[in-house]
Design a protein around this ligand. Sequence first.
Ligand code: AMP
Length: 214
Amino acid sequence: MTVLLFGPPGSGKGTQAKDLAARLRVPHVATGDIFRRHLKEGTELGARAKAYMQGGGLVPDAFTCEIVASRLEEPDAAKGVLLDGFPRTAAQAEWLLAWLSARGRRVDGVINLVVPDEAIVKRLTGRRSCPSCGATFHVEFAPANGEQCSRCGTPVIQRDDDKPEVVRTRLETYARETLPVLPVLRPVAPVHDIAGTGDVAEIRARVFAALGLN
Ligand code: AMP
């Protein structure tokens, strides 16, 4: 099964992705995570993506599609994948549909997490991440910047792209570049619009129900 998780930055795609990928028994492929890993490891790819990411813009399509193609060609993704944060432009969506169709595959479902802008700004600017194990937290619930990760003990940080001015740019980028993905997908795949507000477990139940999973 090939499923796409769609929604603005901070809509909870990453949180929902973990459970959903496990339930679908497909790999979770998040382009943001791939880019961040390259950035952290100091690869050439990371260096190319860095300026776009830190400014809140998008990494160019050709480069992003190349990275996704090489991930999708790995054996564990042969029967399906949960894509998180991709496609993020109409051109990426067209590319993905063509790539899948050339292999006799299609998009089986799209989960569109809908969250109002004000809720997103609050979530993202309060988000802290552990640079070591990748756990994420919200300052309202601790730990705060510089305090220790409750999972592995490393001091948590605020991602550069979760700073308020960058969050605003990311939301503008989403509205301008990413929303146009939906009209490309709607005619060819079931798109489920799901309220991404409320309790994580409630949202998960809505997502699973939309895909007919129990
Ligand atoms: P995310 O963690 O999904 O919010 O991604 C972090 C950053 O990585 C984004 O703000 C973009 O700069 C870049 N990025 C992630 N996915 C894509 C994509 N599909 N196309 C272009 N840039 C992306």
